[in-house]
Design a protein around this ligand. Sequence first.
Ligand code: GLV
Length: 332
Amino acid sequence: MNKPGIVIARAVFPQVIERLAQHFEVLSNQDDNLWSPAELAAKSQGRVGLFCTASERVDAALLQACPTLRICANMAVGYNNFDLDAMTACGVLATNAPGVLTETTADFGFALLMATARRVCESEHFLRAGHWTSWRYDLFAGTDIHGSTLGILGMGRIGQGIARRGAHGFGMRVIYHNRSRLDQATEAACGASYVDKNELLAMADHLVLVLPYSAQSHHSIGTAELARMKPTATLINIARGGIVDDAALALALQQGRLAGAGLDVFEGEPAVHPGLLGASRVVLTPHIASASVPTRLAMADLAADNLIGFLVRGEALTALNPRAVATGSAPG
Ligand code: GLV
């Protein structure tokens, strides 16, 4: 009997492809060519599953072009590349990869915070360029981390991981804002106190953004919010491009209205706003917050487990829209 077909939209660990190939006829993209939406639709023709990353948009146009698709498994916890309403309307299951990247991503948030506050990258470039001729009292003097106030916007699993690191590892005062307040026991475990957004902006010495991207969270940090922050503060974005108005941030940095920024995600990435590329007190990384080898493998394995679970056994592990398939469209 022919195996059902799936498509893997980006390069991925070979062992994950081998595992999927035990159940499916796999079309993979190990050359990692970036497929246009039309190419993705062409490659997905007649296939029942799509293994994708946050770079592939799954919307009504793709689903209409590929009526055989039954599940799209994201190798990412964020899923703003999915039009969930369209997927549900078409009876297509959406899955993401939560949990497995929490601690690795929280580690990276902290790494970016520390690199920004203590000017690690600027000073390294200075040294490599041969500019270091002598010790100086204020050479790359930055801001302290221990004893400072850590603000977190978005307090899901990753935000909580960052809070724990700040409160328990660095003796920081941790404040957060979130759509809903955490219960007391979780706040205590994180060493974090709830404040409103304006208070968060005004009080944080280091503000870390970890909220999901949506139309509602678009430009959560723009000109008005930046103006509320301390001029000595640092801003860290490990959430998604579009949460920050990058043009407003570039201007604020240029005008010295903020001490620095650590950015792993950008509006319109992989393009980066020229004002950020040109700014000195900025640490820029190419969307790698979850990129440790074990964690990326765990994310890929979870996406594969979702495909196998749903298409072979009828049950995915981390479904985002279970009602898309709850009404009788069991896997064939
Ligand atoms: C990475 O950005 C993810 O959402 O997993």
